[in-house]
Design a protein around this ligand. Structure first.
Ligand SMILES: C[S@@+](CC[C@H](N)C(=O)[O-])C[C@H]1O[C@@H](n2cnc3c(N)ncnc32)[C@H](O)[C@@H]1O
Length: 357
């Protein structure tokens, strides 16, 4: 399970050198870029490199979305702009959505040379219909989601995602909504236990929730290390993975309503795509992968059947053709280069004409 962004040197670092000296990246450039899970594995490979970021399943995404001149693609998770850059290089026009102002700023610098073919758009991907209408994008040839948080977000202690760097216990990708500190300091023990179990699949969910409720009576949780170090003392180290990994993951997913965002997006996507347009989604977490797999399956079955029916009936929700039955996993070479890609899956569908009722 889980999450974040990938790793390895891009062939051309000129933009990064410039950006690394900008205020936005002055911190990240000097630190290893590491994901939440598999963090330890990547630490060894990272420290000597100035900054690196490689998009996961890059070739597979480009092949799936078939970018070309005149095609319009929405990248709903712009992040560092790696996937978007590859789509732009292939000639497409790309609308890059991100709820994180820093990501938009960074990607805009990186992709400035593509001129009007690239636009960074503020918002959540669940609002893609409204964003497309406001921007007069018309029907899309492709949409990409590369779920989770970026290396930049994880690496900046002040964003509060990291259990390695101290910072306020925030974890919001955007600027609105409750912070992780709000949840930890105000939610009931049962609610905390539930998200630690459901979103983090944390075996010690019960023990950690009880400890949090007890500890916050003495002083509220304010910083990432206050929580991470406390969890480590409580349950001890299990192997190389930090014992707070799954709790941080669960809090981050809840704070950003990541599964809700995905479900709302999936409902909106078919109406935005041209016939023949493609939707590609990279997941890193079993829960989000299940949601995508199920939604794609439900919308690509020609018929549905129920035991109480005399015969199968045409599926009224048929809008897609499934292009990846099992999902595309990274190859051995990508996994050995970037441990974080290990849990990723790319699923792709193509919009088809809706059968006449
Ligand atoms: C994994 S990174 C994307 C990396 C990018 N594909 C690349 O190659 O550089 C995910 C990005 O999506 C953004 N994001 C996550 N959920 C979002 C949502 N619901 N709406 C808009 N942006 C979101 C995050 O802020 C983050 O910058």
């Amino acid at each position: 399970m889980q999450l974040a962004h990938s790793i390895t040197m891009l062939p051309d670092f000129r933009w990064l050198r410039d950006f690394a000296s900008s205020p936005f990246f002055s911190k990240g450039a000097s630190q290893a870029v590491t994901p939440v899970v598999a963090m330890e594995e990547n630490q060894a490979a990272a420290p000597d490199q100035p900054f690196y970021h490689e998009s996961i399943l890059l070739d597979e995404v480009v092949e799936s979305l078939a970018p070309a001149e005149g095609r319009i693609i929405a990248d709903g998770t712009l992040g560092g702009g790696g996937h978007t850059e590859a789509l732009l290089k292939a000639g497409a026009t790309v609308k890059g959505i991100d709820r994180d102002a820093e990501a938009r700023l960074y990607a805009s610098e990186r992709l400035a040379s593509f001129g009007p073919r690239f636009e960074a758009v503020a918002g959540c991907f669940s609002e893609i219909s409204q964003l497309a209408a406001a921007g007069k994008w018309g029907s899309l040839d492709g949409i990409l989601l590369d779920l989770g948080v970026s290396s930049h977000q994880l690496d900046a202690g002040e964003r509060g995602f990291s259990f390695r760097f101290d910072g306020p216990l925030d974890m919001r990708m955007g600027e609105e909504g409750h912070t992780a500190a709000d949840l930890v300091n105000t939610w009931g023990e049962a609610e905390l236990r539930q998200i630690f179990w459901d979103l983090g699949e944390e075996k010690s969910a019960r023990k950690i929730a009880a400890w949090i409720v007890q500890e916050r009576e003495k002083a509220p949780f304010e910083t990432t290390l206050q929580l991470a170090d406390g969890i480590e003392k409580l349950i001890g180290r299990r192997g190389r993975t930090h014992p707070a990994t799954k709790i941080f993951q669960a809090l981050r997913m809840e704070v950003n309503d990541e599964l809700g965002e995905l479900r709302r997006f999936l409902g909106a996507a078919p109406d935005l795509l041209k016939i023949g347009g493609r939707l590609a989604i990279i997941t890193f977490h079993s829960l989000e992968d299940r949601i995508v797999k199920q939604a794609f399956r439900d919308a690509s079955k020609a018929e549905i059947d129920r035991p109480e029916w005399p015969a199968a009936r045409p599926n009224p929700d048929l809008v897609y053709r499934l292009l990846t039955r099992k999902g595309i996993a990274p190859g051995g070479e990508e996994i050995s280069r970037n441990a974080r890609s290990r849990s990723s899956r790319l699923r792709v569908v193509e919009r088809i004409a809706t059968p006449a009722a």
